[in-house]
Every structure is written in structure tokens, then in C-alpha cells.
Design a protein around this ligand. Sequence first.
Ligand code: ZN
Length: 346
Amino acid sequence: MVTRKEPCRICGSFEGIKIAETEFWDLQECNIVQCTSCRLIQLDPMLTAESTAKGCHAYYLKEIAETPVHKQMRNLVRNYRRGIVFASLLKKKGYHPEKILEFGPGSGYFSAGVRYIFTDCAITVADIVDDVLKRNREVHGYEAIKGSPEDIQLFEGKRFDLIIARDILEHVTDIGKVAGNIASLLKQGGLLHFITPNGKDDVWGHFLNWKFRKKASELLINHVNYFDGAGLLKCLNDAGFVKKEYFTYQIKYRLRGKGWKKSIKLAGMKSTKRSADEFITAGIKDEAMPFIQKEKILNSFIFRIKQKWLFVLYCRFKHHWMIHLNPVRNIGHEIHGVFVKSADNQ
Ligand SMILES: [Zn+2]
């Protein structure tokens, strides 16, 4: 048990259980602490806005630099297909979002897939990394706004039918505030779609590294929240969201021991205080960024199928999760959610 430096962002409690020590690049040292009241696991103290911006940029460049081009291309195609699957299922349920906002779009291919189905929709993306915004504007023609769900003043007057936040919620400083912000950016009856890691699975490496080595672990991607399935659901309900779909998927990591097996083999890396500046100074060459050649990427045989329904069927076949579990059990690699802003929420 420890007394936290900062209160829990969901319930305000100062009491916590220390799970690990961690270092975010060479930028900040934090504890990973679980709230004893609401079970949310968070960094304590939280990353500053400055180190988050710098670390995010460094991570974005690191991922591109260290992922071979053919693998990047495969991921782009996958994200595109996932966007198609997601949107086609929405359409089947009678939704036709016109104004769509995606937070943290990465390469932008998920939303491109959504637009394959909803051909007339207007897509806005928001990110804190300038490079991401520039590329999304150039490659996909989206409206791109610098910002995060923590600070929504920039969106003044804008309301959306659908907000997409894939792998974003685990990065935000104040999840309670963000849930409220997203609700206020949605029209009545608007949808929020997110995926976010299952916290127990995600924090396991940090926990084991601390348990076995009593040394700080390396935190290169700024996961500052590790969600408990029940806690996240309550947080979203409190912000006025009603559950449409909420499940975890991908249990292969669980089968390998993540989340329960106390083996040093599953422990995370010890921190080496990697230099964020080094990546930022080095930059990336255009050749290493295949996502800028959209036509080339979407030029395989399968993307040229004229029958849209057949193509959609193919995408669904490629991205169908056999097993859906209730996130409350905290089993599975990732949490998938579709929530609707309820009528009594303003
Ligand atoms: Zn709490």
C-alpha cells in the first residue's frame, strides 16, 4: 500500500497498491499504482504534457524506423479492412454516420476503410503529433486538427455522429474527464467506438519485472491507464454512455500466461532510459513510410473486386473474432467497445 502523489482520476482516492516502477524514455520516472477503490491502474505521478508530446513523437518514429516496410504495408491493409468490417456492421444495424472524428488516427487507414462503406461521410482526425496530422491530410484528405480528447476547446461548435478512439483511452491523463469530453462532442444518439488494452494483460510485464528484479521497467509507449473491465464500464456509464458492444478478444497471450503466470520469462524489459531526442533528431526518410503511397497499397487483386458485398464479406472473414468475453473478467488482450450517447445526457 502506498499514498499516491496524485489522486485517482476516476474516484479521487489517494490510496493505492504499488504494482511497479517504470521509466518513460529518459523523460520521466513514475510508479504504476492501482486504486484500491475503483481498481483503475495508473501512472503516479502522471506524465506531464511536455514529456507525453515528446515521447509520443519519438515512439511514432521508432515504430516506423523499426518495422520493416512489408510489415508496415500489411498492417495498413489490415487497418483498412478492419475499418470496412466495423463500418459494414454499423450499416447493417441501421447507422449512417455523416460526421466522423477519429482521435489518434495513426496511418489513417482505419477511417479510410470506414469511408469505403460510408462514402459520403466527412472525416476529421485529431492528434498531438504534427507529422501524423500532415500525413493524414496529404494521404487521405481528412480535416486534421491538432488536439487531444483532454482538451476539446478546438472543436468548438462541432458535433459528430461517430467518434473513433482506437488505442487512445489508455494514453489519456484523465479518463473521467475524457469520457465527458467525448460525450459532449457527440450528437444525441451518437456513437463512440474504441479499442483499448485489457489492463491486467497490459500491465503484467511491468508487474513481473518489478516483482523479480526490483528495477524500473521500460515504458516506451505512454500507456498511463491500465483498465479494469468493470471500472471502465462504470466510468463510461457515469459519462452518459450506454453499452452496445463491450467485449474482450484475443486470448492467445492469456494462454501463454499473461495476466496470471508468475514467470520471469513474461517480465517486461528493464528500463535503459532510451533517449527520445535521438529518434526525433534522426527523423525518418519517406521511403520508410509506405503509408504515403496509398494507391500502391490498395492495389492488390482483392481490393479491385467490383462487387462491394463480396469484398466486405472477405474482410469480415479475415477479421472475425471467434471468442468474445465479458471485460469484467479481465481476460483477453484487448477490449472492444461501441457505446451510444444516451438521450438524457446533454
Ligand atoms: Zn479510483
